[in-house]
Design a protein around this ligand. Structure first.
Ligand code: FE2
Ligand code: FE2
Length: 439
């Protein structure tokens, strides 16, 4: 018979995890989110579907917000701060999450996220919310509940994108499924994400892995009109930017063609993820997401006016201008070519107001607010890179010069056939716009 206690002792589920255990788990989640988002950012240029590119940019931003909140919370819990810079006992788990970046194909990358990595995080959040103390750890409960619901949504989206991609390339299914099974069994072998103790695992490469490299050419959604330069004024100074109805179209075309900016954002985020501090990833994720919203603004306007996707030019030239260069020129392109039009945006918003086109006015106005944030990001991180390694990373003005040179060279490569096809496409779009306006 047990000795009667002299203390007040009851079973206390609230006390299951002490402060240190809690911080340990949140730190694990931070690294998982960070790794998932860095890989997804790197894959954006390879994803053809415009919905997929836009959607992944949003998922990246959600993950970055969750990771940021996790990181802040770990600091609040006063986990030894230096340890937040490394994975520690979760190294095997984070290595496995990192391996997804070396997926053998787009469908394999999407499928292993849809079936293994994102569900593992979603389930770990559920377990954490069920098992932790909502009184002592209330601040975590608030943001992790949101992260849990976002993970649900992300699993559904990645599943859809994976299936859509596989429908277009059924030959890739066997490889994608074998890759996903390999990731799943490795994850099971190290005990999953979960809320249990960390476990060690093997670091050998996963069979079927293909080392990731930044694609020179971005994949494009085949439903659109494919081109390098998306409007004649880019390659022909005599073609007017336009006003009135032409300006409405030109502005929407510019917006949807910010698809290059989503890709540049994703590439630069991942390229400097291990070079710059966490705040870089946090800023770059927001930047990439913002560009995806600008792209979608243009897409939605063109759809609301009644255009068909096949009429809409979707170009590649700014992305391709930076191919083969150091990723700092992706950051340079995004910074200089996106912010150089800030001064026109408010004027154009006013013009759209005078036409009674409230949607173009609204989109331009919100875009302007985002661009002013991006100008700060560009300044901050170009300077940070230069300060980090002045030999490797030139100062901002040199980066700008080279970006301009690269784009000028690309524009000079436009062939007469390319120019005339573009003029024909733009002219017929403007003509269609006239018909649509009258209708
Ligand atoms: Fe933008
Ligand atoms: Fe921007």
């Amino acid at each position: 018979m047990a000795e009667p206690s002299t203390f007040l002792l009851r079973s206390q589920p609230r006390a299951r995890w002490m402060r240190f255990d809690t911080a340990q788990l949140l730190k694990r989640f931070f690294f998982c989110e960070r790794t998932v988002l860095v890989s997804a950012a790197a894959w954006i240029p390879s994803i053809a579907s415009l919905d997929g590119k836009i959607g992944i940019a949003r998922c990246i931003w959600q993950s970055a917000e969750t990771a940021h909140a996790l990181r802040e919370r770990v600091f609040e819990l006063r986990f030894p701060s230096r340890l937040l810079e490394e994975e520690g006992t979760d190294a095997a788990l984070i290595d496995l999450f990192t391996a997804a970046r070396n997926s053998p194909s787009v469908p394999a990358f999407l499928l292993c996220n849809a079936v293994v990595l994102l569900p593992a995080l979603r389930d770990a959040y559920q377990q954490y919310l069920d098992s932790s103390d909502s009184i002592a750890d209330g601040p975590t409960h608030r943001f992790l509940s949101l992260a849990f619901s976002e993970k649900h949504e992300q699993v559904a989206l990645f599943t859809k994108w994976a299936e859509d991609t596989l429908a277009g390339s059924p030959g890739d299914r066997k490889e994608a499924e074998a890759w996903t099974r390999a990731i799943a069994s490795r994850l099971a072998a190290i005990g999953g994400v979960g809320v249990g103790p960390s476990s060690a695992g093997e670091c050998s490469p996963i069979v079927g892995a293909k080392p990731y490299s930044i694609p020179d050419h971005p994949a494009r959604d085949e439903r659109f009109w494919p081109c390098r330069f998306y409007w004649p004024d880019i390659v022909d100074r005599d073609f007017p930017y336009g006003e009135g109805l032409s300006l409405q179209i030109r502005s929407a075309i510019s917006h949807v063609n910010e698809v290059w900016a989503i890709e540049a954002g994703g590439v630069m985020l991942s390229a400097f993820a291990d070079v710059l501090p966490w705040e870089w990833i946090h800023d770059a994720a927001r930047w990439t997401y913002d560009e995806s919203r600008h792209c979608r603004m243009g897409y939605e306007r063109l759809m609301s006016w009644g255009f068909d996707l096949a009429e809409i030019p979707l170009g590649t030239y700014i992305y391709e201008s930076a191919s083969g260069q150091d990723p700092i020129y992706r950051l340079g392109m995004l910074y200089f070519f996106e912010t150089k039009n800030i001064r026109h945006k408010l004027t154009r918003a006013q013009l759209f107001h005078s036409y009674g086109d409230s949607l173009s006015e609204h989109d331009m106005d919100f875009d302007w607010a985002d661009e002013t944030i991006h100008a700060t990001y560009g300044n901050r991180w170009l300077r940070a890179l230069h300060e980090l390694n002045a030999e490797k990373y030139p100062p901002a003005d040199k980066v700008r010069e080279k970006c301009e040179l690269l784009v000028t060279r690309m524009i000079a490569s436009a062939s007469p056939a390319e120019k005339s096809a573009l003029i024909a496409r733009a002219s017929s779009m403007i003509q269609r716009a006239n018909e649509l306006a009258r209708a």
